[in-house]
Design a protein around this ligand. Structure first.
Ligand SMILES: C[S@@+](CC[C@H](N)C(=O)[O-])C[C@H]1O[C@@H](n2cnc3c(N)ncnc32)[C@H](O)[C@@H]1O
Length: 232
């Protein structure tokens, strides 16, 4: 299991606020994904795999209002998962949630496959392209044929002015969120140094190579974009 030093206890504590500054449409994203899953999954019981469950925002967005869904959340950060556990207990649906400290490789072996999966704001923390592909292949292998999968990640070509322009827009979110303009450039270059960007076509190529079809970009805010697709 990879211990992720990025999400230590200080980061976990500030995550709720900073995620919504960095991605002003953060809560709308979860609502959009929920709509699509509901349409696809219908009313019957469904099992969802949440890769990078973090502080439990997928769980708290989708759990209470979908009582037939069960969740398996995976994350290598113990500090983030502690907050996720707290939220799930507060919301009273812990009997439908299993939290696993680790990566997808730490999921218990099982013959049953998931009905849907998500990997939101995780892929850009994996630097190596082969490792990104391995994660997507592992997710696909855990899904039933036809199951929906949502991927949200930073995207773009670092050498292209299009990404530089979007970074300026991202900077404006932080200034609007209360950061001093003088601190923002350093904070942003520090954050960007930790992120691994791939151009959109390459992300879509990795999804296809991993065995996903009907790859559709449905979302974009600042430096992030989201794709909906289905396991073959
Ligand atoms: C920015 S947070 C996103 C959390 C949540 N998905 C959300 O949107 O709020 C990124 C999370 O991915 C986790 N992470 C990093 N590498 C991972 C991996 N290989 N597998 C699963 N989770 C990972 C981190 O520990 C962190 O909790």
């Amino acid at each position: 299991m990879t211990k992720d030093p990025t999400f230590n206890s200080a980061m976990a504590a500030t995550y709720e606020k900073n995620s919504r500054i960095s991605v002003p449409t953060y809560d709308a994203l979860f609502a959009m994904v929920q709509s699509y899953y509901r349409l696809q999954l219908g009313e019957q019981a469904a099992s969802l795999l949440v890769i990078g469950a973090g502080t439990g925002n997928e769980l708290s967005a989708w759990g209470p209002s979908n009582p037939t869904w069960t969740f398996t959340g995976v994350d290598p950060s113990e500090e983030m998962l502690k907050i996720a556990k707290y939220k799930v207990v507060e919301l009273g649906f812990e009997s439908r949630v299993s939290l696993i400290h680790g990566t997808i490789d730490d999921l218990p072996q099982s013959d049953s496959k998931f009905d849907a999966a998500s990997c939101i704001l995780v892929l850009h923390f994996i630097n190596d392209i082969q490792e990104k592909l391995n994660l997507l292949v592992s997710i696909k292998n855990k899904l039933k044929s036809g199951a929906p999968f949502v991927l949200v990640s930073a995207y773009g070509d670092r050498d292209n002015s299009e990404l530089q322009d979007r970074m300026q827009i991202w900077k404006s979110f932080w200034v609007e969120g209360g950061r001093e303009l003088s601190e923002t450039d350093e904070m942003i270059s520090h954050a960007l140094a930790k992120l691994s960007f791939l151009p959109e076509t390459q992300i879509e190529g990795l999804l296809a190579e991993a065995g996903f079809t009907k790859i559709t970009r449905f979302y974009s805010t600042g430096i992030m974009a989201g794709w909906m697709c289905h396991a073959e």
